[in-house]
Every structure is written in C-alpha cells, then in structure tokens.
Design a protein around this ligand. Structure first.
Ligand code: TA6
Length: 280
C-alpha cells in the first residue's frame, strides 16, 4: 500500500487491484467511502474506494466460475512510477500485463496502466493497450464509492435524458427524466451513451462532488439499500446510508473494441475521471 500525505492531499493506493482506497484534499473530509468490513485478502476485492473492473463488468457471460467484474481488481499490479508534480500533487502509476492466469480466463494479451494523481482533485486514468494480434472487446469500470452524509438526502445531476438499463427492472431501456436522481430504495442503473459530468449534491454534508470524465460513454449509479447490504459479507448491514457509487465506465452497448496493431505501437484506449469537491 502507498500512503500519500502532502499539504495538497492525502490518499492511499494498494498494489492489490491498483486500488485507491482514500483521497482527502486539504480542507475537506474524506471523499471516498470504505466499508469497515472490507476484505484485504489475496483473491478477494477490497470494498470501497475505486475498484477497477476489467475486462468484464458484472458476471462473466457464460462462465459462472469467473470472478465478478473481471480479474483486474484481484491481481497484484506493479508500481511503475511515483512523481511529485509542480503543484505538490502526487502521481502514482501502476501496471498490469496479461499472464497465464489472465489468459486462462480471457485469452488475450494486453497491457493496463492505472495513473492516479492525488491533489486538490483526484485524477484517475485507466489505459488499456492491445498488445496481441487479435481485436479485443472489453468493459472497464472505475467503480467509485463516494462518502455521503445520508444517501436519502443526496441528489445526482448530469444524467437528464440519458437512457439506462435498470438492473432491478430489466424490462428494457428506460430514459431518465429531467429531475435530479434521488435514492429511495436499492438503485442499480447503467446509463449508456452519456459523456456528461455528474454532480453529487450532498447538502447535509455541506458539499458537492463533481465527476468529469473522458473516454467513457457509460455511468452507473448504485446504492445497495437494506437487503443487498445484508447479503454482502464485506459490507456492513448499517453502512448503506453513508455511500453511493457513481461509476465511470464503458460497458454494455458502450463496451470497447480495440483492434490489434501488429508491428507498431499497440492500439490503446484511455478512460479518465476527475473528481472535485466544493464546499456548499
Ligand atoms: O456497479 C453496480 C454493481 O454491478 C452492483 O450490481 C453490485 O454487484 C456492485 O456492482 C458491487 O459488485 P461487487 O462484485 O463489488 O460486490
């Protein structure tokens, strides 16, 4: 685990899953949520912060034995670089390459790079290179958990008019109305064809969190509420009011197809999110 502690911000990032588990810009309360029941074990995902889901999202189609949300968050990544920037922010780069274990689950060669800048904003960048000789098709998720005062009092703007899959009511695509999203029960929606920034308004927490993104055409909004929380052993039964996931991703209709580039520099795709906190 890397511990970042500078006048600009503090943070934590594990080699396990290249998993950011904390970010606290100067003058603010912690921005990312972590479960008090999280596992920190080989082969298990950390619960909270910014899990990286790759190369699939949710269960793997046709393989119930495969880990949910892919293998990236379960692998030990390699620390490639740590840099202090002119503004005092710290940039950490970690890498992951295909190996026999990943190829057994997903028969492709790839190089993944996760670059995170801990400063007055949190900058998350996931780059995937196709280092093989076949096209690759994948989903990728920065599955970010945000700490809120009370999820029943927050609202999310930025997704007005967006189409979405409602995991709780898979009767087909729905379209978001113009009203801000509020959470009144278990919520699990994949918004597609949207590049919009989202704003998480937390008036009781006296702050608004803005999530801007590039290279991402999908957004997920998730809160497990009561029953799903009880069903997750690494999620406290009474923790759900304190969190909401607003995830930056490419999945479903927006999954990525990356052609090979034999003999030249690999074809690559980069998805990035920048998180900023404003006091209300
Ligand atoms: O992104 C929302 C979601 O797909 C939910 O359906 C829920 O499964 C959540 O991810 C957490 O998944 P995990 O495998 O980390 O428990």
């Amino acid at each position: 685990m890397l511990v970042i502690d500078t006048p600009a911000a503090s943070g934590r990032m594990y080699l396990h899953g290249a998993h950011v588990t904390a970010w606290r810009p100067a003058g603010h309360e912690p921005v990312l949520w972590m479960s008090g029941k999280s596992w920190y074990e080989t082969g298990k995902p950390i619960r909270g912060g910014v899990p990286i889901c790759f190369p699939w999202f949710g269960p793997k189609a046709g393989d119930a034995s495969a880990p949910a949300h892919g293998f990236a968050r379960l692998k030990n990544w390699t620390l490639a670089d740590v840099t202090r920037n002119a503004d005092g922010a710290i940039t950490v780069t970690m890498t992951l390459y295909a190996d026999d274990a990943t190829r057994a689950m997903w028969p492709h060669d790839f190089a993944a790079m996760m670059r995170v800048t801990f400063g007055p904003t949190l900058q998350l960048e996931l780059r995937i290179d196709n280092t093989g000789d076949q096209p690759i098709h994948f989903a990728e998720v920065l599955h970010t958990y945000f700490a809120v005062s009370d999820v029943r009092q927050v609202s999310v703007t930025g997704l007005a008019g967006a189409m979405y899959h409602d995991r709780l009511d898979p009767t087909g695509l729905k379209t978001r109305g113009d009203q801000p999203i509020t959470i009144t029960g278990e919520t699990d929606r994949l918004y597609i064809h949207t590049e919009s920034a989202c704003v998480l308004n937390d008036p009781a927490g006296h702050r608004a969190i803005t999530i801007r993104k590039t290279g991402s055409r999908s957004t997920v909004v998730w809160n497990p509420w009561v029953n799903k929380s009880k069903a997750m052993p690494d999620f406290g039964d009474d923790e759900w009011p304190g969190m909401i996931c607003i995830e930056t991703l490419n999945a479903g209709e927006n999954a990525v197809t990356l052609p090979p580039a034999p003999g030249t520099a690999a074809q690559s795709h980069t998805m990035a999110a920048t998180i900023e906190v404003k006091r209300l």
